[in-house]
Design a protein around this ligand. Structure first.
Ligand code: SF4
Length: 511
């Protein structure tokens, strides 16, 4: 087993940096559906570029490399304790090399272990089998989409769809509702794994296991195959689109599994995965630990198609204005902006997410934030010759800062926040009152945004851990779309309302 650790390291690097071919094909299909010039087309084109950049630089596709979850099949007698030790060593090395972000946070103290090891992490499931080789599958699923997982207990009353009973039609409604509730916060267009039955724990496990299926496989159970096909034909009609910008492509894959349940329970569990669907697997020689075979067609076999958008559909009706702005921003700068505008920012900006927002409510800021831009981002950083280098820096889900954002903007004079998925009515009211704007960056486009960062001029609150620290960045041409403006408009609220009305059209029984 002398090569086992090295093989696991290769598996981690490949999973984090190169999207498999089946996922790329699904994204290429989404690209073909979007109309040229729309926000959704721009978003999916950025995603496409980002996938290619990550592959070329062998850098993380998205900065949130999730909770590494391994499913291992091994022959009887394989030393699981030794395998666990070598997997942990490979995880530590991949973290040091900037292929994984340090993501293991002590739930009580809030301390980040810094090396991705901790109580319960990484997740490793062992199962014995009768074959001679070892099979390892790995999924890296980030927090933004993990937070959009959802579990239903049937019968239930569902927003837009009414009663969902304990039958195939009830399950159908749960799945459509799961896609609807994710909106843009899970970095769609996404993939879903569905687990029918089990208890609360095994139902979610079954849902997650579905994410290891190939995008183009066919469900062997005829009823589930029918349901998968129905969901794939229907979900795009919700019009949520890439990043929740509204558009033609909302769901890229749906895989459903079923298990027995208790008479009293009927759970439908849905695991939502973003477009950055990072899962790979290998078989290993059980004696040496050397890689024998890759389980999913490697990404290098399927290039991303030319980012030029298809324009055979309806003409673009979205009026797009573009603004090049220098930070710090004035009130006038932001009040001129309207939903749909593209903004290219240059100058200083600061990262800030959960820990910083909570801190700033009760304390002073370490720097003057008047006119500043706060970027909801937990980057992957590496130190080289005493200099910090940004390895990956896409946006994180903004809605978590909803309780704090408006208050902090007003208290410090912040003029813009950048994130993904949008924010709620409290922030929208503050933008209007104070003169601020919410800019939506493309979720997961970690390499694309890292390239716009010209330098790191400082850092505060390293005690919060690398993802939560306040990084002082200098950017050039950082592009984002105005999705909430100072005039009370929110694209997120609009898309949510419109998609709820579309969801209601699928209220009547189908199965
Ligand atoms: S693409 Fe979005 S949801 Fe997926 S891991 Fe990255 S930030 Fe999270």
């Amino acid at each position: 087993m002398q090569q086992f650790q090295e093989s696991v390291y290769d598996l981690i690097v490949q999973t984090s940096t190169v999207l498999p071919a089946d996922v790329r094909r699904a994204i290429n299909r989404a690209k073909e559906k979007e109309n040229a010039g729309t926000r959704a087309a721009l978003a999916v084109s950025t995603i496409s570029d980002n996938i290619t950049m990550a592959e070329e630089q062998l850098s993380p596709i998205c900065q949130d490399t999730g909770m590494p979850t391994f499913i291992i099949h091994c022959p009887a007698g394989a030393n699981q304790l030794e395998m666990t030790r070598q997997i942990q060593a490979a995880i530590v090395q991949a973290t040091k090399d900037g292929k994984l972000r340090p993501n293991a946070v002590d739930s009580i103290t809030g301390t980040n272990s810094g090396d991705n090891l901790g109580e319960g992490t990484p997740v490793i499931h062992y199962e014995q089998w009768e074959r001679e080789e070892i099979e390892i599958k790995l999924i890296l699923k980030g927090g933004g989409c993990e937070n959009k997982n959802i579990q239903y207990s049937l019968p239930a009353e569902l927003e837009g769809l009414g009663k969902a009973g304990r039958d195939l039609d009830g399950i159908r409604k749960c799945i459509l509702h799961a896609v609807y509730q994710a909106q843009g916060q899970g970095c769609g267009a996404g993939f879903i794994g569905v687990g029918i039955g089990g208890d609360r724990t095994t139902g979610y496990e079954l849902a997650k296991k579905q994410l290891f299926r190939k995008v183009d496989d066919v469900n062997p159970h005829p009823d589930l195959q029918k349901l998968e096909d129905y969901v794939m034909e229907t979900a795009d009609q919700l019009g949520i689109g890439t990043m929740g910008f509204g558009g033609e492509s909302t769901l890229l894959g749906c895989k459903i599994g079923a298990m027995h349940r208790l008479p009293a329970s009927f759970f439908v569990s849905v695991a939502y995965n973003c477009w950055a669907y990072r899962r790979q697997g290998v078989t290993l020689d059980a004696k040496t630990g050397a890689i024998q075979e890759w389980l999913y067609e490697q990404g290098t076999a399927q290039k991303m198609t030319d980012p030029e958008m298809n324009d055979v559909h309806e003409p673009d009706t979205e009026q797009r204005r573009e603004f090049k702005l220098q930070t710090p921003l004035s009130e006038e700068d932001v009040r001129q902006l309207k939903v749909g505008d593209v903004v290219l920012l240059s100058g200083p900006m600061y990262t800030g997410r959960d820990a910083l927002h909570k801190y700033l409510v009760d304390h002073d800021a370490p720097v003057d934030l008047n006119g500043s831009v706060i970027y909801h981002c937990g980057p992957v950083m590496m130190q080289e010759d005493d200099k910090w280098i940004v390895k990956a820096a896409g946006p994180t889900t903004s809605i978590r800062e909803e309780p704090y954002q408006g208050e902090i903007m007003k208290k410090f004079g912040i003029r813009a926040v950048i994130g993904k998925g949008g924010m709620g009515p409290k922030t929208l009211a503050a933008l209007q009152e104070h003169g601020g704007v919410y800019l939506n960056a493309i979720g997961g486009a970690a390499q694309y945004y890292a390239k716009t960062i010209q330098g790191v001029h400082g850092v505060d609150f390293m005690e919060f851990g690398i993802p939560e620290a306040m990084w002082h960045l200098e950017v050039e041409g950082f592009a984002a779309i105005v999705t909430m403006d100072a005039h009370g408009n929110s694209l997120h609220a609009e898309v949510e309302k419109d998609s709820l009305a579309r969801l209601a059209k699928f209220k009547d029984p189908v199965f």
